[in-house]
Design a protein around this ligand. Structure first.
Ligand SMILES: *[C@@H]1O[C@H](CO)[C@@H](O)[C@H](O)[C@H]1NC(C)=O
Ligand SMILES: *[C@@H]1O[C@H](CO)[C@@H](O)[C@H](O)[C@H]1NC(C)=O
Ligand SMILES: *[C@@H]1O[C@H](CO)[C@@H](O)[C@H](O)[C@H]1NC(C)=O
Ligand SMILES: *[C@@H]1O[C@H](CO)[C@@H](O)[C@H](O)[C@H]1NC(C)=O
Length: 401
């Protein structure tokens, strides 16, 4: 790709032709619909009179109407394929119903997810209630262009678990981590995805001490151990007591119930995932989110990569993987080729395994998480919206059996 040099960019409403000089050979590439090309060399120098960004809000220099795809690197076209599509499939303007913990169930082609812990109405600061787990059926999505509003139903988990914030498949169960609420301890729980939706809590403390508010969770693809992050979001949100532990990352063995620390040194540890082979772990630090002034852009909005020790599975050799130009990198996942899809303040940002930005699924507002729904489909949680992406990529997570 270093051989490619952009010499011309033309913009039209649906398609864009990019003419590339390939060391002597000139080739025209027709970009698919809903796709805009970001001319990276053009952004490199904005000049003395340039319009610079002064915040971490969504970056939409062409002022297009979301949702659409931004191509930052031509390799993103392989991920998009010839006929990519991104559409709103459900929407509600007064309730952040689509926040976190998305899990795809291949058997019934349905997606489970959690609402924000503030509940309806939007902006409610009374945290005196639990959030909800909802489920949508992807067969309800119609093959029409433009937004649609399929229905979602509440999952009656029994016994209930308090403020689910992270989720992933584990065997034939849903695996959730919870923030906890008031003095009810955060925990790790499995939930039956079929009626009667019964739950079993696997862990609710570290050697007798309550966690702060567990944030996200993944199962290691080789060992089957459960890795989860702890955060201070429950306290920041006003529904948990002050943190008594550092925000850090733990490994829990569901066979023996043994739990130990694998990584520390975060302001607020948040999302977690593994490379498809399980050799690399990714953990985000979202410390910039929540100072006295709200978002403080000089603090962490960073995903770190680690080597997973083959013997102990502790996280070694911490290095910077990405820093988000728009808000915090909240939840994320890898595809079958090891590319990473991070939910941020402008939608889903896609990075190659070396941490180079390939492109964005531009939503224009916050996404806290996203999940692959089989080959060529992704569901994006965007708080008051759910979006369906159709492209060529495929997820790396182990499915529900
Ligand atoms: C910047 O704007 C000033 C005032 O309009 C103008 O004199 C100057 O030439 C501009 N500089 C550049 C590099 O365009
Ligand atoms: C979508 O449906 C929900 C009820 O299921 C409704 O509350 C909401 O207003 C609808 N959204 C739009 C944009 O029509
Ligand atoms: C749900 O209940 C069934 C029947 O008692 C049990 O076999 C299963 O392990 C339970 N699942 C969960 C996730 O608690
Ligand atoms: C933002 O964070 C920086 C440290 O990176 C700190 O010095 C500054 O006081 C913070 N600003 C506010 C208003 O909290």
């Amino acid at each position: 790709m270093s051989l490619l040099r952009m010499i011309l960019m033309k913009k039209a409403s649906c398609c864009i032709s990019v003419i590339l000089a390939l060391v002597g050979v000139t080739a025209a590439i027709q970009l698919p619909s809903q796709t805009v090309f970001m001319n990276v060399p053009e952004f490199a120098v904005l000049g003395d009179n340039g319009t610079f960004r002064t915040s971490a809000t969504p970056f939409n220099p062409q002022n297009l109407t979301p949702p659409f795809f931004q191509v930052w690197d031509l390799r993103f076209l392989d991920i998009l394929g010839p006929k990519p599509r991104v559409r709103i499939i459900a929407e509600r303007d007064d309730f952040e119903f689509a926040h976190e913990a998305p899990i795809w169930d291949p058997i019934q082609d349905q997606v489970f997810f959690a609402s924000a812990n503030i509940g309806p109405p939007l902006g409610n600061v009374n945290f005196n209630h639990n959030n909800d787990i909802f489920v949508i059926q992807l067969k309800d999505v119609k093959d029409i262009p433009g937004p649609q509003n399929i229905t979602w139903t509440k999952v009656p988990i029994t016994p209930d678990i308090q403020v689910v914030n992270g989720g992933t498949p584990m065997g034939h169960n849903l695996l959730f981590v919870t923030n906890g609420r008031a003095n009810i301890s955060p925990g790790v729980a499995i939930v039956n995805p079929r009626p009667p939706f019964n739950s079993t809590t696997l862990l609710d403390n570290f050697h007798g001490r309550q966690f702060n508010s567990l944030d996200d969770v993944r199962v290691h693809p080789k060992s089957g151990a459960i890795f989860f992050t702890d955060s201070s979001y429950g306290f920041i949100g006003g529904f948990r007591p002050p943190p008594l532990l550092p925000n850090q990352v733990y490994r829990f063995d569901p066979k023996t119930s043994e739990v130990h620390l694998v990584a520390d040194g975060f302001q607020i540890s948040n999302g977690i995932t593994f490379s498809p082979d399980g050799n690399i772990a990714y953990v985000s630090d979202t410390g910039s989110c929540c100072s006295a002034i709200g978002f403080n852009s000089t603090q962490a909005a960073t995903i770190y990569a680690f080597d997973v020790d083959p013997t102990t599975q502790r996280f070694l050799n911490r290095r910077v993987f990405l820093w988000s130009d728009s808000g915090i990198p909240d939840g994320f996942q890898t595809d079958s080729k090891g590319n990473l899809y991070a939910s941020t303040a402008d939608g889903v940002q896609v990075y190659d395994p070396t941490g180079v930005l390939l492109g964005k699924i531009f939503v224009g507002s916050n996404s806290a998480n996203n999940v692959f729904a089989g080959k060529g489909r992704m569901v994006v949680m965007a708080e008051t919206k759910l979006l369906l992406v159709e492209f060529e990529a495929e997820g790396s997570l182990v499915d529900l059996e």
